[in-house]
Write a protein that binds this ligand. Structure first.
Ligand code: C2O
Ligand code: CU
Ligand code: CU
Length: 421
């Protein structure tokens, strides 16, 4: 139920709105064009998209295209905001391979509330390779935005700040609906999951541990498909899977669960698929090769980032966000090995703006095959874990941020600044 547009220029208003999330109630939200999730953008590789954002909220906002290669002036840097009543034209070059990107507010210090109240949607960047591979399209290509919420008696969203673990809600929404049912034909679908939660990590699992075939992660297609029965999804991460509904009978129901790893592994239904009648269609198979990874220059620098609770706030290398300080200056076009050392009992989903990375190793166990076969922009660093990535600082120079994507951590300044030179 996300509305689709195909034009190359968009105009949106960032404003208050009402959404019927609980049947019979109107939930006040913040929304792009007043809806939650906001309008879905479909972009084509090599074709620029311009989005004029008009801020009709009574405070500063901005828009960050998460996962995009975007010039610094259009990235939605936390200090680069649109004042109340103002507007800004964001230019997105789309000079990168197809990927499930998303856009959200990034004005500093407020994102845990503005994203929770609805300033979130997806941006699907498509390319010709996907068409050549014959991946499911149109109604068979389904974006699914996951986020946990809580409600007051009047149906409004309840938000209680928890700076330690971040917000946890008791109700899981998919595209703004509670436990939705989706009617599916007996064929293969491409499902794109985004964890848009403030701070909750998920682990996706189908009923009876049926296989899902992962074809893409944050940074687009993997080099080959990976069958999985359990897919961890930390805040801000995306996964794309192909599910074959042709193997189920008409009238059957398939449930997608979250395995709650924080609460002892109990399962909660996320959504249900109702298998429709009609002949099973077998005309599409997932190709055995998807996208070949590009060769990278050898890394020139190694850096270490310690993630820990300082005297009052979450920090990186003992530092809190300071817009007047540049914390690191990678060279344009270079690769660097970055090691995140988590000295705490909390998960920190670490995210780089503007650039992608490969996950090299992690101390909690072998890196998942799917994570080794593709690009990522966010990686969940588990409690007391060390994760090493190879980041590629291309294609743009300028000032960008990297931060923990547990929004309460980021708002409380678990964010540093890099300048690509
Ligand atoms: Cu989802 Cu700083 O971004
Ligand atoms: Cu980002
Ligand atoms: Cu964190």
């Amino acid at each position: 139920n996300i509305s689709t547009r195909t034009r190359d220029t968009y105009a949106m208003t960032v404003r208050e709105g009402l959404a019927e999330v609980l049947p019979g109630f109107q939930t006040p939200i913040y929304g792009y064009d007043g809806v939650y999730p906001g309008p879905l953008i479909r972009a084509k590789k090599g074709r620029e998209v311009v989005v004029r954002q008009t801020n009709a909220l009574p405070f500063d906002t901005n828009v960050h295209l998460h996962g995009g290669y975007v010039p610094a002036a259009h990235d939605g840097h936390p200090m680069d905001v649109i004042a109340a009543g103002g507007s800004f034209d964001y230019h997105y070059p789309n000079e990168q391979d197809a990927a499930t990107l998303w856009y959200h507010d990034h004005a500093h210090g407020r994102t845990s509330k503005t994203l929770y109240y609805g300033l979130v949607s997806m941006y699907l960047l498509e390319d010709e390779l996907e068409t050549e591979l014959g991946l499911p399209q149109g109604e068979f290509d389904v974006p699914l935005v996951l986020a946990d919420h809580a409600f007051n008696k009047d149906g409004s969203f309840r938000y209680a700040e928890n700076v330690d673990i971040g917000f946890r809600g008791d109700t899981l929404l998919v595209n703004g609906a509670i436990s939705p049912r989706m009617a599916v034909q007996r064929r293969r679908y491409r499902l794109r999951f985004l964890n848009a939660s403030n701070a909750r990590s998920y682990a996706l699992r189908l009923g009876n541990a049926r296989a899902m075939v992962q074809i893409a992660g944050d940074g687009g297609l993997l080099s080959r498909p990976v069958p999985r029965t359990n897919i961890p999804l930390h805040p801000a991460e995306r996964v794309e899977v192909v599910i074959d509904f042709s193997q189920y009978g008409p009238g059957e129901e398939l449930t997608l669960y979250n395995v709650d790893t924080e609460a002892g592994g109990g399962t909660t239904p996320i959504m249900r698929f109702d298998i429709q009648g009609g002949k099973a269609s077998e005309d599409f198979r997932v190709p055995t090769r998807l996208r070949d990874p590009e060769p990278l220059p050898a890394p020139t620098v190694r850096r270490r980032w310690d993630l820990a609770l300082g005297s009052a706030a979450w920090q990186i290398n003992g530092l809190s966000w300071d817009p007047n300080r540049i914390d690191v200056r990678p060279r344009l076009g270079s690769t660097e090995v970055w090691t995140f050392v988590n000295n705490s009992g909390r998960v920190h989903p670490m995210h780089l703006h503007g650039f992608l990375f490969r996950v090299l190793e992690r101390t909690s166990g072998p890196v998942e095959l799917a994570d080794r076969l593709g690009w990522k922009d966010t990686v969940g660093v588990l409690p007391n874990e060390t994760v090493t990535v190879l980041a590629w600082f291309a294609p743009y120079k300028g000032k960008y941020v990297f931060h923990c994507h547990a929004l309460e951590h980021a708002d409380k300044a678990m964010m540093l600044q890099m300048e690509i030179v």
